[in-house]
Ligand binder design. Structure first.
Ligand SMILES: NC(=O)CC[C@H](N)C(=O)O
Length: 214
C-alpha cells in the first residue's frame, strides 16, 4: 500500500467579529484550505481548526468584541496550545505583547514578543500599495492605517521592512515565530498569496507532526 495519501484540506478558522474577512476566506480557499468563519466560542470549537487567521479592521474594536463575545479566553487557550496563526494589520496588533499607544483599556493576546505602534504611517488617505522585498521574495502589499513593529525580542524573525530589504533599516512590517506570522499590511487585498501560502505550508507541517507524534 502506498504511504502517499491525499491529505485532507487544512481547516482554517477566520475570526469574523469585524473587518476584512471575505478576502482572507477567498484566498485561503484558492490555496486549497477550508476556511471557517468564527464569531462565537461555539463556532470556534466546532471549527476544530488547524490554523487561525486574524484579519485587519480596528484592533481596539476587535479587542472589545473578543471580550464581549467571550472569545478572548478560548483564543488564548488555543494559541497557548500552539495553534498556528496569521494576523494582518489589526490582527498583527492583536498578537503583539506590547501595544505602544493602545486605545483606552485596549488589550492584546500577547503571543508575539514585540512592541507595535498603531497607525504608524499616517492617515487613511496615505494608504498605499507597494512591492516589498521580503524574506520570502517580492510581495505586493496594501497598507491601510498600518501599524509598525517598533521592536522585536528573542525568537521573532523579521520577514519584511518597508522601503528596504529585510536587512535594511526600514520600519519592520512583517515578522514570524515558529507559531505565528504577522503582517502590517494586507496581501489578501492585492491577491499576493506568498504569506498565506507560507502559512498553509506551516499549518500542514504542524498537522503532519501532530499525526506522526500520536
Ligand atoms: N487595516 C487595519 O487593520 C488598520 C489597523 C488599525 N489602524 C488599528 O489600530 O487596529
Amino acid at each position: 500500500m502506498s504511504i502517499l495519501t491525499t491529505a485532507p484540506a487544512p481547516r482554517i478558522a477566520v475570526l469574523a467579529l469585524q473587518g476584512g474577512v471575505a478576502e482572507h476566506v477567498a484566498m485561503l480557499e484558492s490555496l486549497g484550505a477550508e476556511a471557517l468563519v468564527v464569531r462565537s466560542p461555539r463556532s470556534l470549537a466546532a471549527a476544530a481548526a488547524d490554523g487561525l487567521v486574524l484579519p485587519g479592521g480596528e484592533s481596539s474594536t476587535v479587542d472589545r468584541l473578543l471580550r464581549r463575545f467571550g472569545m478572548r479566553e478560548p483564543l488564548i487557550e488555543l494559541l497557548d496550545g500552539g495553534l498556528p496563526v496569521l494576523g494582518t494589520c489589526a490582527g498583527l496588533i492583536t498578537l503583539a505583547e506590547v501595544i505602544r499607544d493602545p486605545a483606552p483599556g485596549q488589550q492584546s493576546l500577547g503571543l508575539i514578543p514585540m512592541t507595535v505602534r498603531r497607525n504608524a504611517f499616517g492617515r487613511q488617505v496615505d494608504s498605499a500599495t507597494e512591492t516589498l522585498d521580503s524574506a520570502l521574495g517580492p510581495v505586493k502589499a496594501a497598507f491601510i492605517r498600518a501599524p509598525e513593529v517598533v521592536s522585536v525580542r528573542a525568537g521573532v524573525e523579521i520577514l519584511a521592512r518597508r522601503g528596504t530589504g529585510v536587512d535594511g533599516d526600514g520600519p519592520i512590517v512583517a515578522v514570524g515565530t515558529g507559531q505565528a506570522i504577522a503582517l502590517s499590511f494586507h496581501p489578501e487585498l492585492t491577491g499576493d498569496t506568498t504569506f498565506h501560502g507560507e502559512f498553509l505550508r506551516r499549518v500542514r507541517a504542524a498537522k503532519l507532526d501532530g499525526v506522526q507524534g500520536r
